[in-house]
Design a binder for this molecule. Sequence first.
Ligand code: GLN
Length: 241
Amino acid sequence: MNELTVYHFMPDKLNLYSDIGNIIALKQRAKLRNITLNVIDINQTEGVTFEECDIFFIGGGSDREQALATQELSKIKESLKAAIEDGMPGLTVCGGYQFLGSKYITPDGIALEGLNILDFYTESQKDRLTGDIVIESDTFGTIVGFENHGGRTYHDFGTLGSVTYGYGNNDEDAKEGIHYKNLLGTYLHGPILPKNHEITDYLLEKACDRKGIVFEPKNVDNTEEEAAKNVIIERVSQQSK
Ligand code: GLN
């Protein structure tokens, strides 16, 4: 049986609103392709290299947890940056997405240093951007999720798509997340992958391509996944009326 390995960074600090569900979804969708997904939890990064890693995942956390995780991850920021540049697939959620940038400014105006892997920044405000969110994406189709963040993120990189309901990166430009090479960053909790099988499969397929594993079958029965997605689309359309 083919195998892939996921590095799950800082699960002891970064796991808001069931972010762990993303790992469950990756496992399940890999199983549908007869692939075993090994998950390695990494809470201490000293000496960690990416040779054995096929996909990495970083969840979200409060500002406090996020600052502690940034300190820990700064020990491997060069190799994390190199892995991203090399096209390693990765998913980062909310706090985990924010600290890939240069800085995170707290609602009190204190600038916390980010990992500075990508050139963007986040500024937080006391009023939070919360609720259901729907995005139209050229790559993934309709994406749904739940967001709850004070941070407003600004950048000129590619994004997951255009926000048709909710906020996304900030309350100005109606864009959500970041898509750089095979790295995805997002504000969507809830978690994002069980609700959006296209994104789960994207990460798995990219990992398979890099490892020389055939990702098949490409099409599987998504009736239940689509039904779950439609609950949110329906709810949002009721609220918009
Ligand atoms: N720093 C984040 C914020 O903008 C933390 C929340 C999160 O990860 N959901 O609020």
